[in-house]
Design a protein around this ligand. Structure first.
Ligand SMILES: C[S@@+](CC[C@H](N)C(=O)[O-])C[C@H]1O[C@@H](n2cnc3c(N)ncnc32)[C@H](O)[C@@H]1O
Ligand code: SF4
Length: 417
């Protein structure tokens, strides 16, 4: 808490916390924003995993059918605000388990295409139980080009500590790897009790050998509202495991594409968070348009009620100050290990050298960043620090925000310090 407050005050040069307000506007201004991404949240799962903090409910066909109609209406509510079709660089479906609505994805994509020209790939998060021939055919017919499979671990013992039974995960990934998608990401969790450095490396090697083009390794986080039987390994151990993995992946010729992702060279990335502007549809989806950040309600009932009354399902809005927007930009750029001064200026409206020239001069001297083709790149040392800071922010900001949002459909205010 103290660290997040100090960092926030230093970067934003202000005592003002991030203040999310319950008021909302029914109009969004996005006609002329650059680098727009689209995100759709499908909150249904077959059963709920104890470790998972995301917004989700147990799948029921009747609720899913009503949700589908509401989602299409939300797309209309937003899309009709455009005078002409707008370009969007990517579309991601996250969850939850989007494949539980595999039959509906094509309709949702078609509806989005009425308003947007999707110039990049279409990505979908998958659970291993979704890997059936029928589902994969349906995804391809709908135009999906990127998939992300939540394996968590190939090791039975690690999986059972997360409360999952993983039958045939390797076979599922092999099938997915052969299905012809441009990007196959595998999500793994590390620092599970009992897991060693070697076991983590083995998981990553297995994922690549079975057809993953990218592997995302997330440090196990024990959210306050989760129901974990086992706690993550201590911070020191997490850091050691990540460092060992970085060395291993470099030796194997993989690219480190963000603090926690590794990829085969010359492959596309699966990444839904690193856009300058994005529109989110569905419960809990976030939208960022220039300096306005908003989050939809986490309540499926609340979402449907708002849409029924032709209102946007926004539960919280934050108007970033210029420096808060800059801090947000730097946070996500640092996650992808590259800060592009040109993009900073385009997004924030002020040259990076003017706002943070001194800080970057110091970071360069400290060996945390280096310049390459006009871009600041993070060193592994800085990425390791980021890994620690990210988890502190997740606990201080995301945990607090999501915990309140899970319990109150439309909170009056949430203040993050
Ligand atoms: C929306 S979730 C899951 C997608 C899919 N439904 C599944 O079950 O695989 C996306 C990813 O977040 C990661 N994740 C979820 N909870 C986590 C936690 N407590 N700590 C670290 N990573 C977590 C997992 O790797 C997961 O695959
Ligand atoms: S990990 Fe996946 S399947 Fe499990 S609750 Fe979270 S979203 Fe649902």
């Amino acid at each position: 808490m103290l660290l997040t407050a100090i960092m926030r005050m230093w970067l934003t040069r202000s005592l003002e916390p991030f203040r999310f307000k319950g008021d909302y506007e029914n109009r969004l201004s996005f006609e002329d924003v650059d680098d727009l991404g689209l995100y759709v949240h499908i909150p249904f799962c077959r059963s709920l995993c104890s470790f998972c903090p995301y917004c989700k409910v147990v799948y029921e066909p009747e609720t899913a059918a009503i949700y589908r109609m509401a989602l299409l209406s939300e797309i209309d509510l937003v899309g009709r605000q455009l005078r002409q079709r707008k370009r969007a660089g990517s579309l991601y479906f996250g969850g939850g388990t989007p494949a539980l609505m595999a039959d509906d994805l094509e309709d949702i994509i078609d509806r989005l295409k009425q308003y947007f020209i999707i110039t990049g790939g279409i990505g979908v998060e998958l659970h291993p139980a979704d890997i059936t021939e029928e589902n994969l055919d349906e995804l391809k017919a709908a135009g999906v080009t990127m998939v992300s499979l939540g394996i968590q671990s190939f090791n039975r013992d690690c999986l059972s500590k997360l409360g999952r039974v993983g039958e045939g995960y390797a076979r599922k990934l092999r099938t997915l790897g052969k299905a012809g998608f441009d990007v196959v990401d595998v999500d793994l969790i590390f620092a599970i009790p009992g897991q060693t450095e070697e076991m983590l490396i083995d998981d990553v090697d297995t994922a690549f050998s079975l057809g993953a083009t990218q592997v995302s390794t997330y440090p196990f986080i024990d959210f306050t509202f989760a129901d974990n039987d086992y706690r993550p390994l201590p911070a020191k151990e997490k850091k050691r495991m990540l460092q060992a993995l970085v060395v291993h992946c470099r030796r194997k010729g993989k690219d480190r594409t963000s603090v926690w992702t590794f990829a085969e060279p010359q492959t596309q990335r699966y990444s839904s968070v690193t856009r300058d502007n994005f529109l989110g549809f569905g419960v809990s989806a976030a939208t960022l348009l220039r300096s306005v950040f908003k989050i939809n309600t986490f309540s499926v009932e609340g979402y449907i009620e708002r849409i029924d009354s032709r209102e946007l399902p926004t539960s919280l809005t934050l108007d970033f100050t210029e420096r808060q927007r800059a801090a947000y930009f730097l946070f996500w750029s640092a996650y992808s290990m590259a800060v592009l001064p040109q993009r900073f200026e385009a997004v924030v409206g002020v040259p990076l050298s003017e706002m943070f020239g001194f800080e970057f001069w110091v970071l360069e001297r400290l060996g945390m960043v280096y310049k390459e083709n006009g871009c600041y790149r993070l060193t592994d040392y800085a990425a390791c620090l980021y890994h620690n800071i990210e988890q502190i922010y997740t606990t201080a900001y995301i945990d607090k925000m999501w915990n309140i949002s899970r319990n109150i459909a439309f909170p009056e205010e949430i203040v993050l310090r």
